[in-house]
Ligand binder design. Structure first.
Ligand code: ZN
Length: 136
């Protein structure tokens, strides 16, 4: 099982890591380590041929699965479809979901869980260009 490490903490930021995704195994939630207040982010990995051992549903949160490597099948209620590296799957509230790795390599994915309908302004309707000395 991989673990999340806190690498840098500041008044306005948190930098955490689950490490190299090539060797990532299991499931790791990062909300507590990162102090996230708007969403729960988790990393997950399924070995070849494995599925999550249960279906589940959420009452208030939508989930967005981002497939980082590998390929497989995703099921939402009675619908099944193929997913692969680069796929983003949004799953609404009150429905059952599961995914299975069918590739030879493990499927590594991120799941971002956030309150359905909570996104107001975003990107350039929320962001503003600011002036700052570039220290990079
Ligand atoms: Zn979930």
């Amino acid at each position: 099982m991989s673990e999340v490490k806190i690498l840098n903490l500041g008044e306005k930021f948190a930098h955490v890591s689950v490490g190299n995704l090539k060797g990532f195994e299991g499931k790791q939630f990062v909300k507590d380590a990162a102090g996230e207040t708007s969403c729960e982010i988790s990393f997950g990995s399924l070995p070849s041929g494995a599925a999550v051992p249960f279906f589940h549903s959420h009452k208030e949160n939508e989930e967005n699965y981002i497939i980082l490597s590998g390929a497989g099948k995703f099921q939402v209620n009675g619908d099944v479809f193929d997913v692969a590296e680069g796929s983003v799957i949004r799953v609404a509230t009150n429905c059952d979901r599961n995914l299975k790795c069918t590739s030879d390599e493990p499927m590594v994915y991120i799941c971002i869980q956030a309150k359905e309908g909570s996104l107001g302004g975003y990107t350039m309707t929320d962001a503003e260009i600011t002036e700052r000395e570039n220290l990079l």
